[in-house]
Design a protein around this ligand. Structure first.
Ligand SMILES: [Zn+2]
Length: 451
């Protein structure tokens, strides 16, 4: 195999140096940067661009198609990621300039290094190498890269357009692999051995506006009624009525599978080993002190933005508060809105601003799931494989109309030394880069070669 760490690094650095920042308002995006990225990909991966057909979807979405021999009965494979990155925030907080792709002490720093240009690099590196080896897949392989994942699709989700394009072409996919999840040393899962975390679904996303209206006027004569105070009461009511905790099968399977190998205190291991039997104790003892775990057991509601009048001496005519909710499978955009409205004091209306429901849960044990699992088990003989539910969202959620086996799985072996995505410390260890590319190479070979 001639995938080299040097080439992987150089290509990822090149991508990071092109600031493809997305914005909820696409008119404020600099699409020339995306054009530049496309040019960079074309020159970095010449065989890929020679042998795969590229369809541009919308302003900057990319859909590559690698035609297979047709000798395999499996449906096509789609590998994806997203081209866009979040803004840098306060540049003064960065130890290294966010778009310089500096390497220091074995880490590559920069916006997009982990989220998710590393995935574009690894997928393309794999295809390029397979072509160099003269390989042709027996089933079709697609690569898809949207441009507004970080703004939840902004004013028109690029990934949804790509999914619609596949649907219009009559393509039905056998497996999708998107960012997140992956194989790790188990530290972040609090487990004493490697964990292969295959994400089979994600929570829904919804913004609701709480609205209190009033006549407004001069702040020197406030009167007895204040929409701002009413909003304060509304938020207290919201806080006092969280969604009840409940068990869904994927969360139960995830926590119970890991429990025997857990580095948690004995008491916690015992509780998590049999969740239905210990549910009340888990709710009482564990969830109040572990907010990540708590989010796996119910739909969350987080007030995030509040707005009154525009000036200190103006009484507001309208106070709005945005409540960001993450929906556990089983709750719907409508049922969550009803719950919020039902606990509001009089004079507060609730509107859905935007939202997508929780994704379906893809099955464990499909052909594709087992391919991922077998590759991880070869690399790490003691690995524990488990399905999981994601708290955040990915572009993969748009593809359930064309695929039943939608997984999120990062090809890079994860240890707790990465710099957090979206933070001014975003960084990836250079040593893992070629491993990610080789993982995708093996994944494509195993999935797309006729048995
Ligand atoms: Zn991402």
């Amino acid at each position: 195999m001639s995938i080299t760490n040097e080439a992987c690094l150089a290509h990822l650095q090149g991508m990071v140096r092109i600031p493809t920042v997305s914005n909820p308002d696409s008119r404020l995006m600099d699409f020339s940067k995306f054009d530049e990225l496309h040019d960079f990909l074309r020159t970095s991966y010449p065989l890929l661009h020679q042998h795969l057909t590229l369809q541009k979807v919308g302003r900057a979405g990319l859909l590559y198609h690698w035609k297979g021999t047709g000798r395999s009965g499996e449906k096509p494979l789609l590998l994806m990621a997203h081209q866009d990155v979040v803004p840098v925030g306060d540049e003064a907080e960065w130890a290294h300039p966010p778009f310089d792709a500096v390497v220091e002490n074995g880490m590559l720093y920069g916006r997009g290094t982990t989220d998710s240009k590393c995935n574009i690099m690894a997928e393309m590196e794999a295809v390029e190498e397979l072509l160099r080896q003269g390989y042709t897949p027996d089933t079709d392989v697609y690569l898809a890269y949207g441009y507004n994942e970080e703004v939840m699709g902004g004013d028109g989700p690029s990934a949804k357009k790509i999914a619609d394009t596949l649907k219009d072409m009559g393509v039905r996919l056998g497996m999708i692999v998107d960012e997140c999840g992956g194989c790790s040393d188990g530290q972040s899962e609090k487990v004493d051995r490697p964990v292969c975390n295959i994400v089979v679904g994600e929570k829904g996303y919804a913004d609701y506006a709480l609205i209190a209206e009033d006549e407004g006027g001069h702040s020197s004569t406030p009167g007895a009624e204040s929409p701002m105070v009413r909003m304060g009461q509304a938020l207290q009511a919201l806080w006092a009525h969280p969604f009840p905790y409940r068990i869904i099968p994927v969360v139960q399977e995830n926590l119970s599978t890991l429990a025997p190998y857990s580095t948690r205190p004995e008491r916690e291991k015992e509780l998590l080993g049999d969740i239905p039997a210990h549910f009340e104790e888990i709710v009482r003892e564990l969830l109040p002190k572990d907010r990540t775990m708590a989010a796996l057991f119910h739909t969350t509601m987080a007030p995030t933005m509040i707005k009154g009048s525009d000036q200190a001496n103006i009484l507001p005519t309208r106070v709005t508060c945005t409540v960001n909710c993450r929906l556990l499978p089983g709750d719907t955009l409508e049922s969550v809105q009803q719950h919020i409205q039902s606990v509001m004091p009089e004079g507060i209306t609730v509107q859905l601003v935007k939202g997508t429901p929780a994704s379906p849960l893809s099955p464990t044990g499909s052909f594709g799931y087992n391919v991922i699992r077998s590759l991880c088990e070869e690399d790490h003989p003691t690995v524990i494989t488990t399905p999981s539910l994601m708290l955040g969202g990915t572009d993969a959620r748009y593809f359930y109309g064309v695929c039943d086996h939608v997984y999120r799985f990062s090809a890079f072996y994860f240890e707790n030394n990465w710099g957090d995505a979206h933070s001014p410390r975003e960084a990836i260890p250079v040593s893992v880069l070629d491993g990610g590319a080789k993982f995708f190479l093996r994944l494509i070979r195993r999935y797309a070669t006729a048995q």
